[in-house]
Design a protein around this ligand. Structure first.
Ligand SMILES: Cc1cc2nc3c(=O)[nH]c(=O)nc-3n(C[C@H](O)[C@H](O)[C@H](O)COP(=O)(O)OP(=O)(O)OC[C@H]3O[C@@H](n4cnc5c(N)ncnc54)[C@H](O)[C@@H]3O)c2cc1C
Length: 415
C-alpha cells in the first residue's frame, strides 16, 4: 500500500498495518476497539493522552449502556468497580428536592444510572480489550494527519515521544471527540448549532454529606455535584462567552453564587482559591452531514458533538460503536468494507442522533432560561408528583433513542 505521506523525506517514520485504526480512546473508541478485537478484527486504538485520567468527561453510564455490558457478559465485573447507583435524578431548589427522572421501572437489568469516573470505565474497557490478541492500544500517540492514496484514506500519521508513526489501515475510524482533528483534515460538511451555554468545571473537597441529588438551582445559578468520594466534581452553567465577566466579578462572588445554589458546598468552596482550579468546558453541538469518506468513518462526538444536557453523549457514543461493530466487523475481517457499508451505518445512526440533539437543544435552552429567570416550581412539583411522567423521562434519558444491541461476533479466544 503506498500513500502521499510516504513521499516525506527521511527519517521515515515507524509504521505498521492493521485492518482498522481507531483514533481516540474515549467511550466510542475504546468500545469499538474492544468489540472489533472480540470479533477477531486486527485493530489499533490511538489515544493522545498518556492515560485516561482527566476530568472533562461525563461520569454517567446509562441503563442502555449497562445493558450492552450485560449482553457482552461484562456487567458483573463492571459493577464490582466503585460506582454510585442513582435510581432517580433529582433537582434541589432552596432546600426542596424534586424527583424528576425515574429509572426504577425500566425493563433493564440495571434500573439506575451508574456514576463512575470515566477513567475507571475506560480503563475497564482497555483491560477487557487487551485480553484479545488482535487489540493494540497506543497511548501518548496523537493522530496529526491522514494518509491517502487516490481518493481513499489509507491510515493516519501520528506523533509520539519517539517520533512520528504511520498506521496503514483498511478503515480509519475517527473517535477523537468534539474537536476532532481527523474531521478537520477532511472536507466533510458540518452543521453547527448555536449553544447558549458553557460549563465551568471544578472540584470541591467534601466537607459534609449532601442529599442524593445531582442538580441544584438557586440565585440564578445551576450547579451539578457528582459524588467522587472525598470530593465533589462540580459543574456550573454560564452564558456562552461570559467567562471573562464571571472572572472580573471575582472568585468570592463565584463561590457565593455556587454556595447559594448548593449550600452543602459552602465550607468546601473555601478551597477554591484561584481561577486555575476552574476549567472552562466549551459546549458544542453539531453534526456532520456525511459521516464518511472512502476509508474513513466518523462516530461519537467526532460525527455529532453532544451538549452536556441530559448527560447522554457517552451513551450515544457507545451506541455508535456497537452499531459500527455490528455492521462492519465481518467486512473488516475480510477487508471488504465499501462506501455503501459506511453509508448504511450513517443511515442507521443518524435518526437517533437527530432526535437526541433536538432534545438536547431544547434542554439546553431550558437550562439557560432556568439560570436567568425564576424556576418553574409549579411545573417541577407537578412532574415530581406524576409518576408516569417521571417514568417516561426515565425511559428517554436512560435508554435514549435508537438503542443498539450486540450482534457482532465473538470470534477469538482470550490471550
Ligand atoms: C461539559 C460537558 C459535560 C458533559 N457531561 C456529560 C455527562 O455527564 N454524561 C454524558 O453521557 N455525556 C456528557 N457529555 C458529552 C460527552 O462527554 C461526549 O458526548 C462523549 O464523551 C463522546 O465520546 P467520544 O468517545 O465520541 O469522544 P471523547 O469522549 O471526547 O473522546 C475523544 C478521545 O479522543 C482523544 N483524542 C482527541 N484527539 C486525538 C488525536 N488527534 N489523536 C489521538 N487521540 C485523540 C481524546 O484525548 C479523547 O480521549 C458532556 C460534554 C460536555 C462538553
Amino acid at each position: 500500500m503506498s500513500s502521499e505521506a510516504e513521499t516525506t523525506p527521511a527519517p521515515s517514520p515507524r509504521s505498521w498495518d492493521t485492518r482498522c485504526c481507531v483514533v481516540g480512546g474515549g467511550p466510542a473508541g475504546m468500545m469499538l476497539g474492544y468489540l472489533l478485537a472480540r470479533a477477531g478484527v486486527e485493530v489499533t486504538v490511538l489515544e493522545k493522552h498518556a492515560d485516561f485520567f482527566r476530568d472533562f468527561r461525563g461520569d454517567t453510564i446509562h441503563p442502555a449502556t449497562t445493558e450492552v455490558l450485560a449482553e457482552l457478559g461484562l456487567l458483573d465485573e463492571f459493577l464490582r468497580l466503585p460506582h454510585t447507583e442513582v435510581p432517580e435524578l433529582r433537582l434541589g431548589i432552596d432546600g426542596r428536592t424534586f424527583g424528576l427522572v425515574d429509572f426504577r421501572h425500566l425493563r433493564t437489568r440495571c434500573k439506575f444510572m451508574a456514576f463512575m469516573p470515566q477513567w475507571d470505565f475506560l480503563n475497564f474497557l482497555a483491560t477487557q480489550a487487551k485480553q484479545y490478541p488482535s487489540f493494540r492500544l497506543e497511548m501518548s500517540t496523537e493522530a496529526t494527519g491522514l494518509l491517502r492514496h487516490g481518493g481513499q484514506v489509507t491510515g493516519v500519521r501520528a506523533r509520539t515521544a519517539q517520533g512520528d508513526v504511520e498506521i496503514r489501515a483498511d478503515l480509519t475510524v475517527a473517535c477523537d471527540g468534539r474537536f476532532s482533528r481527523i474531521r478537520q483534515l477532511t472536507d466533510l460538511p458540518v452543521r453547527e448549532f448555536a449553544m447558549p451555554i458553557d460549563v465551568l468545571w471544578f472540584r470541591v473537597p467534601r466537607s459534609e454529606d449532601a442529599p442524593p441529588t445531582l442538580g441544584y438551582l438557586g440565585g440564578g445559578q445551576i450547579v451539578i455535584a457528582i459524588d467522587r468520594g472525598d470530593y465533589w466534581q462540580c459543574g456550573t452553567i454560564i452564558e456562552k462567552g461570559t467567562l471573562t465577566q464571571v472572572q472580573a466579578a471575582g472568585l468570592a462572588v463565584f463561590r457565593d453564587r455556587v454556595a447559594h445554589a448548593a449550600p452543602f458546598l459552602a465550607a468546601g468552596l473555601a478551597a477554591l482559591t484561584g481561577w486555575d482550579q476552574v476549567r472552562l468546558l466549551s459546549v458544542r453541538s453539531n453534526r456532520l452531514r456525511r459521516w464518511y469518506q472512502p476509508g474513513l468513518l466518523c462516530i461519537g462526538d467526532a460525527a455529532h458533538a453532544m451538549s452536556p444536557a441530559g448527560a447522554a453523549g457517552v451513551n450515544y457514543a457507545i451506541a455508535d460503536a456497537v452499531a459500527t461493530a455490528n455492521h462492519l466487523a465481518a467486512r473488516l475481517r475480510t477487508g471488504t468494507v465499501v462506501v455503501a457499508d459506511l453509508q448504511r451505518l450513517q443511515r442507521r445512526r443518524e435518526p437517533a442522533i437527530r432526535g437526541a440533539q433536538a432534545l438536547q437543544r431544547r434542554q439546553t435552552r431550558q437550562l439557560a432560561r432556568l439560570a436567568q429567570s425564576n424556576p418553574p416550581i409549579q411545573l417541577l412539583r407537578l412532574i415530581s408528583h406524576t409518576p408516569p411522567v417521571k417514568r417516561l423521562l426515565g425511559r428517554i434519558v436512560g435508554l435514549g433513542f435508537g438503542r443498539e444491541h450486540i450482534h457482532s461476533p465473538n470470534h477469538t479466544h482470550h490471550r
